[in-house]
Design a protein around this ligand. Structure first.
Ligand code: UTP
Length: 298
């Protein structure tokens, strides 16, 4: 399998954020779900911070119609900064500047939301022939339990595709892409032998659900060109990865045991806000106390 020789650690990431976010309507009619605030930072900032903490400083954001405000968040705001400076509000000044300092943000527009595989294919000329990370724009991992560094190291060692999984209760497998796997001898690292979308709980090959972090080789672009539209008439990234797997590309996965925040749906979004608010040194003690009283008193 000479085409899958291990390569250098990926240094670029792609964040597809051009979807319609139908599961969070009407909030997402005019506001991108990637900009919904979790405490006082938009979801997208947590994702860029996650990439930056893993050493990725070059990020291509795939945007779409009505989503250009996402890019503004990572721009400098000289007028606002000047006002904060004049007021001596050093803390807010640093907070306003931070997004622009995290990484180099490049953008590209997906003309029509024709699926995740289609969105990722826009990255071809930006990433060149190198492997790259994909971080979906509506979920992120707790900074105390990083996932990306281990994925990047594994891909540099093994080449091919590296996925991340969480263990889900069997009755929930029908909401996810599920993998069939073999052990590798390393705890929480598995070899992937198959991928199925949203299986029936009675027939599922495992309870390992694919989450929104991928390290992909450049060969994925050719695979996307060779697949046909799948479920929902969209070009599915899963189908392109399944094609590469079938053709012999190594596919590995890491079972993530940390806290994952899934903000693509109202319930997961609310859980993320509460969990992260409770952890904040400035808000946590007061908020947690209020929450405990609220739950007790109903
Ligand atoms: P989702 O499956 O969550 O789709 O996409 P969505 O449109 O964002 O949300 P729902 O399901 O309608 O509520 C996963 C990721 O892929 C991006 C989304 O922005 C999200 O970050 N995506 C999806 C694109 O960039 N383009 C697409 O055509 C589809």
């Amino acid at each position: 399998m000479s085409e899958h020789i291990p390569t250098r650690r990926a240094v670029k990431a792609v964040i597809p954020a051009a979807g319609l976010a139908t599961r969070f309507l009407p909030a997402t009619k005019a506001v991108p779900k990637e900009l919904l605030p979790v405490v006082d930072r938009p979801v997208l900032q947590y994702i860029v911070e996650e990439a930056a903490a893993a050493g990725i400083r070059d990020i291509l954001l795939i945007t779409g119609r009505g989503k250009t405000s996402m890019v503004d968040h990572f721009d400098r705001q000289p007028y606002l900064e000047q006002r904060l400076k004049e007021k001596g509000d050093i803390e807010r000044l640093a907070a306003v500047r931070e997004p622009a300092e995290l990484a180099e943000i490049y953008t590209c527009r997906q003309a029509e939301p024709l699926g995740l595989g289609h969105a990722v294919s826009y990255a071809e000329s930006h990433v060149g022939g190198e492997p790259f990370a994909v971080l979906l724009g509506d979920e992120f991992m707790d900074e105390e339990d990083p996932l990306l560094p281990a994925m990047l190291d594994l891909q540099a060692r093994e080449g091919g595709i590296v996925l991340a999984f969480i263990e889900v209760p069997r009755e929930e497998v029908k909401r996810y892409g599920i993998a069939s796997v073999e052990p590798t001898g390393t705890p929480d690292v598995v070899r992937v032998t198959g991928l199925v979308e949203k299986p029936d709980p009675a027939e599922t090959p495992s309870n390992l659900a694919v989450v929104g972090r991928y390290i992909l080789p450049a060969g994925i672009f050719d695979a996307v060109r060779r697949i046909k539209p799948g479920s929902g008439g969209e070009l599915q990234l899963t189908d392109a990865m399944a094609l590469m797997l079938e053709e012999g590309a190594p596919v590995h996965g890491i079972v993530y045991r940390g806290v994952r925040y899934d903000t693509g749906l109202p319930l997961g979004y609310l859980q993320a806000v509460v969990q992260l608010a409770c952890k904040r040194p400035d808000l946590g003690p007061e908020f947690s106390q209020w929450l405990a009283d609220f739950v007790r008193e109903g």
